[in-house]
Ligand binder design. Structure first.
Ligand code: B12
Length: 168
């Protein structure tokens, strides 16, 4: 996976990442094991790099599976790594469709039935989806849905709460 320095990332990404870094100050450093991945149809990569950087800046350990990850490989890697959190990112417009299929396979694996799983990005082809679409993803098994527009601050807040609740 290509990697860039955090300061370069801030410049490249403008407000969203800058806000994320600022919010970082308010969240205590954590030590979660996090899998970051895309869905099988999605070849975009910079979304994954930025999510990895944001999580690492919060003190978490990230396994970045990259783009175009087949469902079965994603499930088997997560079952092997047993992460505290799975973060699925998609920006090509098929994320809602792919996510609904993928979460069924994740929840069907006994090791991953209770693992926190979130999805975010540009999940549809017509801009951010409706409340109904997000509710559908949650009822299918996602713990949270972060579509573009909600920004990374809500995501960081979610991760902060998870960090506080994980007892080692
Ligand atoms: C570069 C690019 C490509 C490159 C990707 C190269 C690479 N190695 O990544 C190439 C040329 C391969 C490409 C292909 C395609 N692309 Co493209 N691409 C882009 C582009 C210009 C920039 C994406 C990028 O790198 N952004 C920088 C990263 C850091 O930001 P980001 O992607 O927005 O991710 C942030 C947020 O979405 C959010 N986020 C994302 N996931 C998650 C998850 C969670 C949990 C959270 C909290 C937040 C979060 O946080 C991220 C970091 O800040 C965008 C347009 C744009 N300006 O965004 C189109 C865009 C994403 N592409 C688009 C499309 C349609 C395609 C194609 C289908 C085009 C085609 N007909 O072939 C293909 C799809 C290929 C595939 N199989 O997936 C559309 C998607 C439309 C939609 N979702 O409704 C976009 C938005 C262009 C547009 N305006 O139409 N693309």
């Amino acid at each position: 996976m290509v990697c860039i320095r955090a300061t370069e990332a801030s410049t490249l990404l403008g407000m969203d990442h800058a806000a994320a870094v600022a919010a970082d100050r308010a969240v205590s450093a954590g030590d979660l094991s996090v899998v970051v991945t895309s869905v099988s149809s999605d070849s975009h990569t910079w979304n994954l790099v930025v999510l990895q950087l944001v999580l690492e800046e919060l003190g978490h350990r990230v396994h970045n599976l990259g783009a175009c990850v087949p469902d079965e490989l994603m499930v088997s890697e997560c079952a092997r790594l047993r992460p505290d959190l799975i973060v699925i990112s998609s920006v090509n417009g098929h994320g809602r469709h792919d996510g609904l299929r993928l979460i069924g396979k994740v929840r069907g694996h006994p090791e991953l039935a209770l693992t926190p799983v979130v999805i975010g990005g540009k999940l549809g082809i017509a801009g951010p989806g409706s409340d109904r679409s997000r509710a559908q993803l949650r009822s299918a098994g996602f713990d949270a849905v972060f579509e573009d527009g909600s920004g990374l601050t809500a995501f960081q807040s979610f991760v902060g709460q998870l960090t506080a609740s994980v007892v080692r």
